[in-house]
Design a protein around this ligand. Structure first.
Ligand code: ZN
Length: 198
């Protein structure tokens, strides 16, 4: 039988997934299992078979707990991908998931009844190892004039190997030839940072 802390974490994750499914309007691939681990190397892992692991030390610190639980839960709204696809397109998954975490966390916390101002997240946000992915994705979102939730939410729903093509196709719909050419150049730059899914 799981320890009390794991039970508490499991109940929290269940709540978070329920809220995310409403916000995203899709169901999660989470299989209902959560393990608190002693890992020193990651804050959490979402396995493609639907299991989630959260590092116990991260769970114990509220300013890390929420962002990690929401981030790992969001991976399981991506269509399933292989480890090879993940490695080839790391930024297309981690940048999308981390930005969605930032966009949705206050809505999730409000629903759960937890008050945590954005100030509490700011320091970790500023030093986050996926910020260069988020910047690269933002460089593509802005010329497309899509809202953040629309852009990142659509990418999260798109199979990982197709995310680059989806963005390229959106750029090809820009009205002016010059805009389309500029977008292709931005996409080349971003691809160098985000990975080449195919
Ligand atoms: Zn991740």
């Amino acid at each position: 039988m799981a320890d009390l802390e794991t039970q508490e974490a499991l109940e929290t994750l269940t709540q978070v997934v329920g809220i995310l499914s409403e916000l995203i309007d899709r169901s999660s691939r989470w299989g209902g299992a959560l393990e608190l681990t002693e890992s020193l190397f990651t804050s959490g892992v979402a396995h493609m078979d639907g299991r989630i692991e959260i590092t116990r030390a991260v769970w114990r610190q509220p300013q890390y707990r929420w962002r990690t639980v929401i981030h790992e839960a969001l991976h399981l709204y991506s269509p399933p991908y292989t480890s090879h696809e993940y490695a080839a397109a790391h930024g297309w998954e981690e940048g999308v998931v981390e930005q969605m975490q930032r966009l949705l966390r206050q809505d999730v916390l409000r629903e759960i009844g937890v008050t945590m101002a954005e100030d509490a997240f700011a320091e970790r946000d500023a030093a986050h190892e996926y910020n260069h992915y988020i910047r690269a994705l933002e460089s593509l979102r802005q010329p497309l004039k899509m809202s953040s939730l629309d852009f990142f939410g659509r990418l999260l729903a798109t199979p990982l190997p197709n995310r680059l093509i989806t963005v390229r196709d959106a750029g090809d719909l820009l009205p002016e030839q010059e805009e389309r050419a500029a977008f292709r150049r931005l996409l080349l730059l971003a691809r160098g940072k985000l990975g080449r899914p195919n």
